[in-house]
Structures are given as C-alpha cells and as structure tokens.
Design a protein around this ligand. Structure first.
Ligand code: KIV
Ligand code: ZN
Length: 564
C-alpha cells in the first residue's frame, strides 16, 4: 500500500460557525471577466499569435464580455505589441474595458502604463503573492514585508493615474495572489491596506480579486474564505469582490458557485477552463448553469459550436467530449432507459404544450446552445427499443406505434450485436426499410384498385377490391368486397387461400419525403400460430399503404415460419 499520503498537510478549516452562504441561492449573473488572453494564453504550449489573439478578443466581445484581461504587457515585447494593436487598431468597443496584469513592482508598473496609453477604459490589475508558503519559501518576508510590497505598488499606481492626461478611464484591481493559501485575517489586512493606499471609495471602488490560485480545499472551504473576507473587510463598501478560481481538484465550477453564494460579485475565468495546470474556471459552464436555473447569464452561448471552433483553432486545445454543454457527447444518450425517458419527455412536451423544459436527462434544451440538429439519441448495443423509435421519428418522421417498438428494437439490437459498433441513423433507417418496407416475398401486389359501390337499401357504401397478387412465379387474381378497404382486402386474401390472420390494430400518418407527401400505415396482425407481427406500408394513397402494410406483416410472419 502506498503510504505517500502521509506527507500532505490537510487544509485548515475556516472558523466561521455562522456562515450564511449555504442557505442562499444564485439569482443574478455576476460581472464576468475573461482572462483567456492572459491566464489562459500564458498556459498554452504555443501562445496565441497576434491574429489569433485578435480573433479570440472579437469572440469574447461577441459573447458579451465587458471586461477582458488582454495580457501582461510588461512581461514581453510580444504582449506589449499585441496590446498596442488592440488599442491603435481600434478593436476595442467603447463599452468594453480591457484589463492588464502587472506585478506590484515599479518598473513593470511604469511599462504597463505606457502600454495602455490611449485606451478608453482600463483596469490595472496588480498583484503580489501573500500565502504563508510563498512568504516562507519564495519571498522570505514576514506579513508586514508583503504588505509593504502591495502598498508601494498601490501608491505608485495611484500617482500614475493622477498624472495621466490621456483621458483614459482607469479602474483598479488588486489580487492577493495565492489567496487560497493565505490566512484569512492576513488577506483582509493586506487588502484593507491597499484600499487605503489607492484611496478607493464607494463611488470609485477597487476590485479585490480573491484567487483560488491553487485549489487546495473543498469548495465549501473556499466559500468560507470568501464569506470571511467579505464580512471582515472594513472597507467593504469601497470594494467589488471578485473571484478567480483554478481547477486543481476538478472543483473549479463548484468552488465558484459556492463563492458566489458567499457574496462574490465578479467572476474571472476562461472559456472551457483553459489555464495554468488543470485550468482556470470554465465560464461557459458557470454561465449555462445559471441559465438552466432560469437566470439570464448575460453571456451569449447560443452558438456554442462556433465558440468552440474559435477556441480550438486559437488555443490548439480540444474541448473534451464530455464537457458540460459544449462537449460533442454532452447531449447524447446511448442507454436504453435514458432514450426511452427522453422520447417520452419529447412526447409530453408536444402534447402538453408546457412552456417549461421538462425532458429527463437533458438539463438544457440543445437548441438553446445551437445544437438542435445533432443526434441526441445514438444507437449502440446499450440502446433500447425507445432509441430506435426515436431515431425513426426525429430523423425520418415515422411515428412508430408503441406496440411496435419492441419488435423493431430487437431488429436494431441484433444488428448492433452483429456489427459490434454504433449504428448511424441512416443504418437504422436501412434496417427499417429492409425489415418492413422492402419485404416483397412471398407476396407482393402487382396491381390493385379500390372503388366504392352503393348498395340498394344500405346506409353505407361497400368497398370493392380488385388486384393481382404475385406469389413467386404465380399471379393470383384477387377480387372481393367488404365494409372498408382493409376488410375487402382481407376477404380477397381469404378467397386466395391466404388465411388464418387476425387483424389487431392499425395506425397511419402522413409523411413528407422531400417535396412529396405519402401515407404510412402500420398494421398489426396475429399469425396462425398466435404470434403477433407488425407490417408497414407507404404509398401516396392511404388504402394502398394499408394493403402493403398487411402484406408486409404476412410476409414477415411467413419468413419467421409462422404463416402461409
Ligand atoms: O491564479 C492567480 O492567482 C492569478 C493571479 C495573477 C490573479 O492568475
Ligand atoms: Zn490564475
């Protein structure tokens, strides 16, 4: 047994017995800030080039982000030049604020102000690391030494803003980087010192960003950290509380949602969770989680595939297939019972006219993210009878009667077992055609005619059937009358010696095939041995569709050795 776990120090819980966040609910969208072009970009194997950053920036604007961290311009010439192109090239809409990151160090701060010159709206985001571990291992400074770094940076930034004559509207953001590993009281102290140093006010608040730089605890503890911070910060009214979760434990989204309950008003993250190590917070998921709770997220993901396309092209990363809302398989059900429930949900929605989305196993309407045309139900050996019927209905317009589902389901299941793979919708249709529509032996109609005859003294007409039946090389003339087309045709079969079948049920509907419209008839018969068989016929005329359906059922029974 691996004893390595002994070397890890369990995370210290927060002393907050009267925590409030567990009984709150999320009722509005936060202020969103995308850090794709900075945190996301710096984590890429090949960072985005100028064109890719511009394309990505345009995407973020289209999605609806009003605050976008565009880079770390003092870190490299490339970053600096990309920022200049964004500003000088006129790519930034007036209602969008660009955000730039900088360490709380003098020469980097000065260079950052040069880089943003001329922009309309800018958030200068400065940070220094505050965690107990970083203080001990990296900076070798006590708490006051770390506060001094932050305050010196804050004062310089305030001075440069006051000196600026370019007309830029500046706002400030401070991050106690590694907040997640910082003692909560120290996080409050350093942020309070920064608030005072920059002179933030309720009218001109500073953004205090609390990064879960390395996710090291369960999401409830991050929420405790955020609630503790908010409740203890003296200058609460002069600050906008922001969060910046990462995803080291795979709970970035959960941490963000609980931290929002704890009072975070602003959320930083990236599309699809790109970012350092296991990534930043996935903003697509958080936004669409809100959407499915009836809350307007104020971000537009109604064309999620287009968003994914730009993301994958610019980052050279892939959105995994199981990713919520955006993954290729996010809306696909293979399991039989799931398919059945989805099928019933669709039926319920159609019949009830419910204004709400009430379909089991689908937390969101795929159409709301632009994914209505893909196969929700896919067919493999795990699929059930409902799945095949759903495909026939949704892809081809055949409303198979319920009683027929097991019979066709068994045909599809056998094909899956035989091939050992998933079946495409067209293959399901081909099986249907082969099994029900193209089965022309031993009997097929070569000619058929119906006409009505008035009978003296009777209130209803009599239907007359006349036709020719092919049975192998033989042609049998059929002639009979009945009280309707099906009755007349049965009578004719009886006279031709094709006997012993009992008519059990019938349904029909119209189906459009291209510009053409046809009738489909589903017929259920009991064969001489007692077993039930379904048959299907399609024709322009419903009477002919019905007789074809009857022959389809009889041919299937004979093929199964149950009739003659
Ligand atoms: O994760 C982090 O702590 C950061 C800060 C610079 C905000 O990216
Ligand atoms: Zn980060």
């Amino acid at each position: 047994m691996n004893q390595g776990f002994h070397k890890y120090i369990p995370f210290q819980q927060i002393d907050l017995p009267d925590r409030q966040w567990p009984s709150r609910t999320l009722e509005r969208a936060p202020i969103w800030c995308s850090v794709d072009l900075r945190d996301g970009n710096q984590a890429l194997v090949t960072p985005m080039n100028l064109q890719e950053k511009l394309d990505f920036f345009k995407l973020l604007v289209q999605v609806g982000f009003k605050e976008i961290e565009v880079g770390f311009p003092s870190a490299s010439e490339t970053e600096y030049e990309i920022l200049r192109e964004l500003i000088d090239g006129g790519h930034i809409p007036d209602d969008v604020t660009i955000q730039v990151l900088v360490q709380a160090r003098e020469h980097l701060i000065r260079r950052t102000f040069e880089a943003v010159r001329g922009a309309k709206n800018v958030i200068v985001h400065f940070y220094n690391s505050t965690s107990a571990l970083q203080r001990k291992v990296v900076f070798k400074k006590d708490r006051q030494g770390i506060i001094d770094i932050a305050v010196a940076g804050a004062r310089l930034i305030r001075q440069l803003i006051d000196e600026d004559d370019s007309g830029t509207r500046f706002r400030l953001e401070y991050s106690p980087e590694s907040f997640s590993g910082t003692e909560p009281d120290f996080a409050v102290d350093i942020c309070q010192a920064v608030v005072e140093a920059v002179g933030a006010t309720p009218e001109d608040p500073i953004i205090l960003n609390l990064p879960n730089t390395v996710e090291m605890c369960t999401p409830n503890t991050y929420a405790d950290q955020v609630e503790y911070f908010i409740r203890h910060l003296p200058a609460r009214e002069s600050a906008i509380i922001s969060i910046h979760p990462h995803n080291d434990r795979g709970t970035g989204v959960a941490g963000a949602e609980l931290a929002m309950l704890a009072g975070a008003e602003r959320v930083e993250g990236t599309l699809f969770g790109n970012g350092e190590r296991t990534g930043n917070l996935d903003l697509v998921t958080v936004a669409l989680n809100l959407y499915t709770q009836g809350v307007d997220p104020k971000l537009d993901f109604s064309h999620i595939d287009a968003v994914r396309e730009v993301y994958e092209r610019c980052t050279r990363m892939k959105v995994p297939e199981r990713t919520p809302y955006a993954g290729k398989l996010a809306f696909t059900a293979f399991s039989g019972s799931h398919q059945d429930a989805i099928n019933k949900g669709h039926e319920y929605m159609r019949q009830s006219g419910s204004p709400y989305w009430e379909i089991p196993y689908l937390p969101i309407d795929p159409a709301d993210v632009g994914r209505e045309y893909e196969p929700i139900i896919r067919i493999n050996s795990q699929s059930g009878k409902g799945g095949a019927a759903f495909v026939m209905d949704h892809n081809f317009g055949y409303h198979l009667p319920k009683g027929m589902h097991p019979e066709f389901g068994a045909v599809v299941q056998a094909a899956c077992d035989r091939t050992g793979r998933e079946l495409e919708a067209d293959e399901v249709k081909a099986l249907f055609d082969e099994e029900f529509l193209d089965i022309a032996a031993p009997y097929a109609l070569s000619r058929a005619k119906f006409y009505e005859e008035a009978v003296a003294g009777a209130s209803a007409n009599v239907t007359h059937f006349s036709g020719v039946l092919c049975a192998g090389d033989d042609f049998i003339q059929l002639e009979s009358r009945g009280n309707g087309p099906i009755d007349a045709f049965f009578g004719a079969l009886h006279l031709a010696g094709i006997d012993g079948y009992t008519f059990l049920s019938y349904s029909e509907h119209a189906i459009s095939q291209g510009a053409d419209s046809k009738a489909v008839a589903y017929i259920e018969l009991r064969a001489p041995g007692g077993r039930r068989f379904w048959g299907v016929g399609t024709e322009h005329n419903i009477n002919f569709a019905s007789v074809k359906g009857i022959l389809s059922a009889i041919n299937r029974a004979i093929r199964a050795g149950m009739g003659k």
